[in-house]
Every structure is written in structure tokens, then in C-alpha cells.
Ligand binder design. Structure first.
Ligand SMILES: CC(C)(COP(=O)(O)OP(=O)(O)OC[C@H]1O[C@@H](n2cnc3c(N)ncnc32)[C@H](O)[C@@H]1OP(=O)(O)O)[C@@H](O)C(=O)NCCC(=O)NCCS
Length: 166
């Protein structure tokens, strides 16, 4: 397995992975379309960063982040300086460490780009996933009043102050 940087050529794969990551937001067909598409739409904005796990020349997982505006937030929006992370591994390749490797590599990347923190939104009742992220240093910061909980991973000490203001 190798992890490479993603680009515009990967948008289709990111879109597929997005459905895995946010199926719990999309599952009610009666609902208005929410912000799910925002995680990929118009990919290539400043700050957009994706890592793709590749096995035998096929993409098998992706982790990516992007910044959101306050008036067009993602589900795990904290502020306009904190990118939101999305992650998924194709079902047949799970439980082999790819998710771990992708999250670790993406956090390293965000830190080296100078970001103080990364956020994400996760289904509150998905206990296995919440503890997966806790293992990676994410902490619950906001219950969104619905199914979701926002988690924050501090990358630089300055973000502790930011967390205190959420
Ligand atoms: C979350 C996800 C990326 C993890 O990828 P992965 O390659 O299986 O992760 P790893 O093999 O590195 O780690 C597996 C660990 O994840 C945890 N985990 C996360 N979600 C889990 C789930 N739904 N069921 C069981 N374990 C889960 C377990 O602790 C597991 O550890 P174990 O195998 O030692 O028991 C993958 O399950 C996935 O794509 N899920 C659907 C998309 C999603 O929910 N994305 C996150 C939304 S932000």
C-alpha cells in the first residue's frame, strides 16, 4: 500500500468515498439535500488536501480536508481556520490499518501546513468510530443536537485556546 497526494483526477473516487463517510446524513430520502456534497464540490480550492491509499494501482481509501465558510459550513464546522476531515476506506479493505495510516498521514500533513487543529463530524451512536478517532487524539467538542457530534484534534498548542472558545 502506498499513500499518495490526491488531486482533481481523484474527485470521482472522493465522491464515492464521501457516500461511505456520510451515508448516515443522506439516508433519509425525504430530507432536503444537506451540506454533504460540499466536501468535494469544486475540489481544488486553496487549502484542499487529499491523501489516497493505493493498492495494486487501485485507490482503496481516502482522507481529505477542506476549509469551509461560516455561511456554507460542513457538519463539523468549528471556524473558518479549521479544516474538516473526511475519511473512508473501501469496504473490502477495512480493518487492515488503512484508516489508521490515512488519519495519521493527514494529521501530519495538516500540522506541517501550519493548521492548529482539524475537526470532523461523526454519528454520535457509532461508538467504534468515535473511539477510533479518540485513539487518534480527537476529542468531542460539540453535540449538534441531532445525530452528530463534532470532534477536534489539536495539532498545535494555540488551538487549546480556540477550543475553549467553541
Ligand atoms: C472508519 C474507517 C475509515 C476505518 O478504516 P479501516 O481501514 O477499517 O481502519 P483501521 O483498520 O486502521 O482501524 C480499524 C479500527 O477502526 C475502528 N472502527 C472504526 N469504525 C468501525 C466500525 N464501523 N466497525 C468496527 N470497527 C470500527 C475499530 O476500532 C478498528 O480497530 P480493530 O480492527 O483493531 O478492531 C472505515 O471503517 C470506513 O471507511 N468506514 C465508513 C466511512 C466512515 O464512517 N468514515 C468516517 C466518517 S468521518
Amino acid at each position: 500500500m502506498v499513500i499518495r497526494r490526491g488531486g482533481r483526477q481523484d474527485v470521482r473516487f472522493l465522491r464515492d468515498m464521501l457516500h461511505h463517510a456520510y451515508y448516515w446524513r443522506e439516508r433519509d430520502p425525504g430530507e432536503e439535500p444537506g451540506p454533504v456534497a460540499r466536501y468535494v464540490k469544486g475540489w481544488g480550492r486553496p487549502g484542499d488536501t487529499a491523501l489516497i491509499a493505493v493498492e495494486d494501482a487501485f485507490p482503496v481509501g481516502a482522507a481529505w480536508y477542506r476549509l469551509f465558510r461560516r455561511d456554507q459550513p460542513g457538519y463539523g464546522f468549528v471556524d473558518e481556520e479549521t479544516p474538516e476531515l473526511a475519511l473512508a476506506v473501501v469496504p473490502s479493505r477495512r480493518r487492515r490499518g488503512l484508516g489508521d495510516a490515512l488519519v495519521r498521514a493527514l494529521c501530519d500533513r495538516a500540522r506541517s501546513e501550519g493548521y492548529a487543529a482539524l475537526s470532523l463530524s461523526v454519528e454520535r451512536d457509532n461508538v467504534a468510530l468515535v473511539s477510533f478517532y479518540e485513539k487518534h487524539g480527537f476529542e468531542r467538542v460539540v453535540e449538534d443536537g441531532g445525530d452528530g457530534v463534532t470532534m477536534l484534534r489539536v495539532l498545535h498548542p494555540s488551538a487549546d485556546e480556540q477550543r475553549a472558545n467553541i
